[in-house]
Design a protein around this ligand. Structure first.
Ligand code: SF4
Length: 242
C-alpha cells in the first residue's frame, strides 16, 4: 500500500488546471520562494500521512463533477514523492479523470518519468528567467527547471507555464522578455498564466515565525499585469491573467 504526506486537499479547485479540480497539496518543498503562500508545506516531515487508497476514496465521491475537470497534484513540490504521486495520477486516469501536475520543475528528470507517464497536463512554474534573480526568489538554481521544460517539450507533454508577477522583484522587463523568449521556443505550451502577487499567505509566515521579506509589497497594478501579458502574447503565446 503506497502512502505519502499531504498538507491538505481542496475538493472544488478552479485555478489549478482546466475545469473543476480535486486538488491535492503534497507536503515538502526544496524551494524557499519569497512569495510562497504555502510556507507550511515546506518541511517534508510535516503534514499528514495518507494512503493512495484513502485519497482515491475521496476522489471517487466527486467523480461525477470531476468529469468536467479532473485531479491536480500540487504542493509543496509533488515530485519530492514520485511513487506516491504517480500512483494517485495512475488511479485517477483509470477512473477516466484528467490529471494535472503542478511543479517547479526542480527535479531529476528520471525520477519524474513515472509521474509524467500518468500526467495529462503539467503546470510548470517558472519563477524568473534571470538566473541570479531566480536564485534570489527561490534559493535554488534555475537550470534544472529549464532542463525539465525542454524535456517536456521533447516528449510532447502539454504544459501551462505559470509566472508570478511580483512588483519590485520578478517584474524587470529583461527578466520577463527572457522568459517569454524561452517559452516561445517550446512547442508544447498551451497557455501562459501570469499570476499577480497577493498577500493572502502573509499570515502563515507570521504564524510560523518565518521572516517575510515581501511584507510591504503591493499587488501589481492593472497596467503592469497588462504589459506583462502583452510581452508573452507578442510571441504568439496564449496568455491569461487571473
Ligand atoms: S515552489 Fe511553491 S510551495 Fe515551494 S516554496 Fe515555492 S511557492 Fe512555496
Amino acid at each position: 500500500m503506497i502512502s505519502g504526506r499531504i498538507h491538505s486537499i481542496e475538493t472544488c479547485g478552479t485555478v489549478d488546471g482546466p475545469g473543476l479540480r480535486f486538488v491535492i497539496f503534497t507536503q515538502g518543498c526544496p524551494l524557499r520562494c519569497l512569495y510562497c503562500h504555502n510556507p507550511d508545506c515546506r518541511h517534508p516531515e510535516d503534514g499528514q500521512v495518507v494512503t493512495v487508497d484513502e485519497l482515491m476514496q475521496e476522489v471517487k465521491k466527486y467523480r461525477s463533477y470531476l468529469r468536467h475537470g479532473g485531479v491536480t497534484v500540487t504542493g509543496g513540490e509533488p515530485l519530492m514523492q514520485p511513487e506516491f504521486v504517480a500512483e494517485i495520477l495512475r488511479q485517477s486516469q483509470a477512473l477516466g479523470l484528467h490529471t494535472a501536475l503542478d511543479t517547479s520543475g526542480y527535479v531529476q528528470i528520471p525520477a519524474a518519468a513515472p509521474v509524467l507517464a500518468h500526467t495529462d497536463l503539467v503546470l510548470l512554474d517558472i519563477k524568473s528567467y534571470d538566473p541570479a534573480l531566480y536564485q534570489r526568489v527561490t534559493h535554488v538554481s534555475l537550470e534544472p527547471t529549464l532542463a525539465f521544460a525542454r524535456h517536456l517539450a521533447a516528449i510532447g507533454k502539454p504544459v501551462w507555464i505559470r509566472f508570478v508577477l511580483v512588483p519590485g522583484l520578478t517584474d524587470p522587463r529583461d527578466n520577463i522578455e527572457g522568459l517569454a523568449d524561452f517559452v516561445a521556443t517550446l512547442t508544447n505550451v498551451e497557455r501562459v498564466e501570469v499570476l499577480p502577487f497577493h498577500q493572502m499567505g502573509a499570515y502563515k509566515w507570521e504564524q510560523l515565525g518565518y521572516e517575510y521579506a515581501l511584507k510591504e509589497t503591493q499587488p501589481p497594478s492593472a497596467e503592469l499585469i497588462q504589459s506583462t501579458v502583452a510581452q508573452f502574447a507578442e510571441r504568439g503565446l496564449y496568455t491569461v491573467s487571473s
